[in-house]
Design a protein. Structure first.
Length: 133
């Protein structure tokens, strides 16, 4: 998780909001486990980390733009559950659920998240009215 720190720190310093995508559920086989993270700077094309080893990252980047626009957290399942051809499938055949949250750079939650990542500590964040706290 520490590999995310330099990018998140730079975004905070530049006062750029960012979106954090977190794997919150994973069925076996899954490319990444629960807790895998990806941080995205919406509108810049910049991101770091991975939630699926490349299978759904483009969809996550698109979702991050929407999350940054409307400040509404989202939960999305990936992995063919119903067999429809338009579903994003994971090459491993597994399933993951990803939660995305926006962190305004000037919000205390952004610096608290950075502190947790730097120290490998655990924490819980809540989204109230679509804003991470």
């Amino acid at each position: 998780m520490r590999e995310l720190c330099p990018a998140i720190e730079a975004w905070i310093e530049r006062r750029n909001p960012f979106v954090l995508a977190t794997v919150v559920a994973a069925g076996q086989p899954a490319p990444r486990g629960i807790g895998a993270l990806m941080a995205i700077a919406p509108g810049t094309g910049k991101f770091i980390g991975s939630v699926s080893a490349g299978c759904v990252e483009n969809a996550i980047i698109e979702m991050a733009s929407a999350v940054a626009r409307d400040h509404q957290s989202r939960w999305e399942r990936y992995g063919g559950e119903s067999g429809f051809p338009w579903e994003l499938a994971l090459t491993c055949g597994g399933r993951i659920t990803v939660r995305t949250d926006v962190f305004p750079a000037d919000a205390p939650a952004a610096t608290a998240l950075l502190s947790l990542l730097k120290t490998d500590n655990l924490g819980i964040w809540l989204c109230l009215n679509g804003k991470a706290t």
